[in-house]
Design a protein around this ligand. Structure first.
Ligand SMILES: Nc1ncnc2c1ncn2[C@@H]1O[C@H](COP(=O)(O)OP(=O)(O)OP(=O)(O)O)[C@@H](O)[C@H]1O
Ligand SMILES: [Mg+2]
Length: 364
């Protein structure tokens, strides 16, 4: 939201003749983290044109970006890679297929748990097609003003037909919850109907992708409109190995045992692997190392997994006990003293304070 407001502010300043100020705001946006860059695009004249805006909050309901194939990486199981390849063919060769009476509208629904790469896959597809990505933040689109949501939706779909692009409805469940649902009376029912109408009115060759991690909430009528469906699973061992190698990059060095990292990370998402890799790399940079410390990487992975399982390890003592119980050999007293920068005696004292907590027990 802050990024969208900053983009709008720059626009306003420019029209008010405050060019220098506008340039300053845009420069700050350029230096801001990547996530903010799309707001810059949206605000820059000639970039994305006039993006649709929510009448109430004045925020853009669409993010404009141009993912490039070198910069976006996605790891998919081979079966899903084939489906995506089919989808890319259906989009690239739509005209030829249509002339032969064999075209399927290139519409794909991506679903699966959070952090499995749904948004990333949409970016990857746009990059492969060489098209800009129009990301609709469905939660922003749902306006508190009655009737405004359907209007927002219509504007977004109209905007998408303006020039070739991939229209991406991210977190579509915010719009498309089942009509029979008790909570979703009135407005939301109308929104689902309006979503269906907009999809039906969309020119058949426009590439449409929707993503959700609540696939059970989706109305069956919405499902039917997506000929391609991509269920994103948690990464299997092969994919986890790819993800670790990719995200540790040059910091993986020769010293990292990827087979063990892969085995220890069973059941986690790609997002968690990315986050642990980033933490480990940051630690290496601060310690002026050129590759990550393997034990430190395992420590961060174990703590992230504990959090994922709902364990709150609120003190260093809790962490030490947890790690010891998890893997006594990897997390020897000596190794823990090195990792935490304390003496082995202190580690032993922490262990003595141990009650019955640990991976098998309950951690308060
Ligand atoms: N299969 C994957 N391949 C490559 N990167 C992945 C994969 N899964 C997750 N990631 C990484 O994890 C991060 C989160 O992925 P992404 O935003 O695509 O998840 P998502 O499925 O859209 O999650 P949410 O439902 O919470 O929006 C990204 O930065 C991405 O690089
Ligand atoms: Mg997402």
């Amino acid at each position: 939201m802050a990024a969208s407001y900053a983009g709008l502010l720059a626009e306003k300043l420019e029209t008010a003749g405050e060019r220098e100020q506008a340039i300053m705001v845009r420069q700050r946006l350029v230096r801001a983290p990547k996530a903010l860059a799309s707001a810059q695009d949206a605000a820059s004249p000639g970039g994305a044109g006039q993006l649709p805006i929510d009448g109430e909050s004045r925020l853009h309901t669409v993010d404009f970006s141009r993912p490039s194939s070198g910069e976006v990486f996605v790891a998919l199981p081979s079966g899903l890679e084939r489906r995506v390849a089919d989808f890319l063919d259906a989009s690239r060769h739509y005209d030829v297929l249509a002339r032969a009476g064999a075209a399927i509208p290139p519409r794909m629904l991506i679903f699966g748990p959070s952090g499995t790469g749904k948004t990333q896959s949409a970016r990857w597809i746009a990059a492969q097609l060489g098209l800009p990505l129009l990301t609709v933040r469905c939660d922003t689109l749902v306006s508190s003003l009655l009737g405004q949501t359907s209007k927002n939706l219509r504007r977004v779909f109209e905007y998408a037909q303006g020039s070739p692009a991939v229209l991406f409805l991210d977190e579509v469940d915010a719009l498309a919850s089942a009509r029979g649902n008790e909570r979703d009376v009135g407005e939301l029912q109308r929104v689902v109907v309006s979503l269906l109408q907009n999809i039906d009115a969309l020119e058949e060759n426009v590439v449409l992708i929707a993503a959700t991690n609540h696939d059970r909430l989706l109305d069956p009528a919405v499902w039917r409109r997506f000929a391609f469906q991509l269920p994103m699973p948690l990464p299997d061992a092969g994919l986890r190995d790819q993800l670790w190698r990719k995200h540790l990059g040059a910091f993986g060095g020769t010293g990292v045992d990827f087979a063990t990292l892969t085995a220890c990370s069973a059941g986690v998402t790609g997002a968690l692997i990315e986050q642990v890799s980033l933490d480990a790399k940051r630690h290496a940079v601060m310690a002026r190392q050129t590759s990550v410390d393997e034990a430190e990487t395992h420590r961060r992975l174990a703590l992230a997994m504990a959090l994922m399982q709902g364990k709150e390890l609120s003190s260093v003592d809790d962490e030490v006990r947890w790690l010891r119980k998890l893997d006594m050999r990897r997390f020897s007293v000596r190794e823990l003293s090195r990792l935490y920068g304390v003496t082995t005696r202190q580690i032993n004292n922490m262990m003595k304070g141990s009650k019955s907590d640990g991976p098998q027990g309950k951690v308060e």
